[in-house]
Design a protein around this ligand. Sequence first.
Ligand SMILES: Nc1ncnc2c1ncn2[C@@H]1O[C@H](COP(=O)(O)OP(=O)(O)O)[C@@H](O)[C@H]1O
Ligand SMILES: Cc1cn([C@H]2C[C@H](O)[C@@H](COP(=O)(O)O)O2)c(=O)[nH]c1=O
Length: 238
Amino acid sequence: MAELVFFSGTMDCGKSTLALQMDYNHSARGRGGILFSRNDRAGNSMISSRLGLKTRAVEVRDSTDFWDEVSGRLGTGERVDYLICDEAQFYSEEQVEQLARIVDEMGIDVFAFGIATDFRTRLFPGSRRLIELADRIEVLQVRALCWCGRRATHNARTVDGVMVVTGDQVVVGDVDKRSAEPGPEALFAPEEAGALPVVGYETLCRRHYMRRMGAQQAARTAGMGEDPDICAVDVPRR
Ligand SMILES: Nc1ncnc2c1ncn2[C@@H]1O[C@H](COP(=O)(O)OP(=O)(O)O)[C@@H](O)[C@H]1O
Ligand SMILES: Cc1cn([C@H]2C[C@H](O)[C@@H](COP(=O)(O)O)O2)c(=O)[nH]c1=O
């Protein structure tokens, strides 16, 4: 029985790696698949994993109709047993509905991969529809970590290493390695150095997301002799 499965997790937890592994395993057994992605960090028309693997994929656009795409290929005699759909958070609700219809009416497995929530902790429309329609939701086993060592559950956006909570929902980018390893330059305002602001992402546990405490703020707080893991607000304890 064909399935619509949504593999989800924070940024940098191995979703694209798993997408490429699943394609490898299924195609090794003679199954025919089509790979799709949208706005991959490494560029259009590909799925890339931070482990170094990269594979060509069909770029999903606003105009993409999955039903037409798959029926067209079946019409030319191409074998299609499964679809790999990476960066599925960027798909529209209608496109997710087309994927569900492909599962139910064509008997084709759809494996979708994506983050559920944005940098404001709000669901992406495509992810919301996947959560609503999927046969199964699988949360990846590999855990991205917060700077404090807890499991990361949230994707924070940073500008020059400093967490922000306003801005456009979609800004393609990578986890900001600088924010995890703040050098002395990170402590200066970027405009002083004349550099363009650098937008990045950082995975955080809920506690540090809620406190707006990214790795760079934590390093600053620790540099001032304070414990970054202690809440500044006086919370009554039982
Ligand atoms: N140099 C490395 N050595 C080992 N594992 C790595 C390395 N670089 C990245 N990874 C692994 O790859 C994961 C990110 O994989 P990726 O598929 O790019 O994530 P996602 O698609 O979820 O953003 C990291 O969580 C880490 O486990
Ligand atoms: C949180 C968040 C992320 N994005 C972008 C940043 C990346 O390009 C992708 C996620 O890719 P990954 O393979 O899961 O690392 O999504 C965004 O546009 N808006 C956001 O709020």
